[in-house]
Design a protein around this ligand. Structure first.
Ligand code: NAD
Length: 283
């Protein structure tokens, strides 16, 4: 039976470190880390996520601002705000909450954020630096998964890691981080034979968005199972991409949904913002 990874406890450890770092930065330089979140429209999940990010930032001793636009906002007005935030010295981190309404070009908005302030790690420059293995702001969810793996004590170097999903915000950066940690990495997507690939995984990361896609019987005995999926069922409950009960019978470690990877994402966002504030204080 797998040991369950408590993402809330792990995340509170990271958040406590970040808070202590923010106190030290303020004492040394007077700089207070500042996070600005741009939200467009009324997506209910986005509203909750942004609320959570602001609350977590405030608890870490940061300044946090939300810039909310109506669903009808046009590209120019959102771009204009990003330009202002790029120039504001009290703002160290800017994130554009996804998804955006269809009339907006999200890629262009993300490219408009100054790379130094891109605390989501989504800007092409930061994504490229990750590819090249250079220090950079790294995408928060996969960076959180790396902290989770470290916590298990499982050796990543030499392990066979299978990542299911190849999005720019989770799957691809996850595969790169595992590769930089010397795992042998397989990336799966819609055309992959999951029943053939997943049983070879010492470390499995599922980031798909399909509840229960990963069958418990596919899990290699003793594997570490990290479930990034957050799927809202019609009854309102949250479910991961992995058949949790069956997978837990075979895995050595497993993350629950909710309470696994989710809390880590916000903790790593705070860490990225503190790092950006430290760089600004040195500049
Ligand atoms: P996405 O839709 O952008 O990407 C999904 C990926 O899964 C794609 O690469 C696609 O090829 C692959 N895929 C889809 N159906 C598949 C199938 N049947 N078989 C194999 N591969 C398939 O999604 P995303 O933004 O990467 O998010 C993935 C999941 O992770 C979602 O449930 C999302 O809510 C969740 N998520 C959680 C956090 C967190 O903080 N815990 C953060 C980001 C995303």
């Amino acid at each position: 039976m797998a040991r369950v990874i408590d993402g809330k406890v792990l995340a509170s450890g990271v958040r406590a470190e970040v808070k202590a770092g923010a106190v030290a930065l303020r004492a040394a330089s007077g700089v207070i880390p500042g996070l600005a979140v741009v939200r467009v429209g009324e997506d209910p999940a986005s509203k909750i996520y942004v609320g959570g990010k602001r609350k977590a930032a405030a608890e870490a001793g940061f300044n946090a601002w939300e810039h909310h636009f109506p669903a009808t906002a046009n590209q120019a007005e959102v771009l204009d705000r990003i330009t202002q935030l790029n120039a504001a010295p009290e703002v160290h981190g800017i994130l554009v909450q996804l998804p955006l309404p269809p009339q907006l070009d999200g890629d262009a908005l993300i490219r408009a954020v100054r790379p130094e302030k891109d605390v989501d790690g989504f800007h092409p420059l930061n994504a490229g630096n990750l590819l090249l293995g250079r220090p950079t702001a790294r995408a928060c969810t996969p960076a959180g998964v790396m902290v989770v793996l470290e916590h298990t004590g499982v050796k990543v170097a030499g392990a066979h890691a299978v990542v299911v999903g190849r999005s720019n915000i989770v799957g691809k950066p996850m595969a790169l981080m595992l590769l930089h940690a010397d795992a042998t990495v397989t990336v799966c997507h819609r055309k992959s034979d999951l029943a053939a690939e997943i049983p070879r995984a010492d470390i499995l990361v599922a980031a798909v968005g399909v509840p229960g896609l990963v069958k418990g019987e596919w899990i290699k005995p003793g594997a570490v199972v990290i479930d990034v999926g957050m799927n809202r069922l019609p009854d309102g409950t949250l479910r991961g991409d992995v058949e949790y009960e069956a997978a837990a019978q075979r895995a050595s470690w497993i993350t629950p949904v909710p309470g696994g990877v989710g809390p880590m994402t916000i903790a790593l966002l705070l860490r990225n913002t503190l790092d950006a504030a430290r760089r600004a204080a040195r500049a």
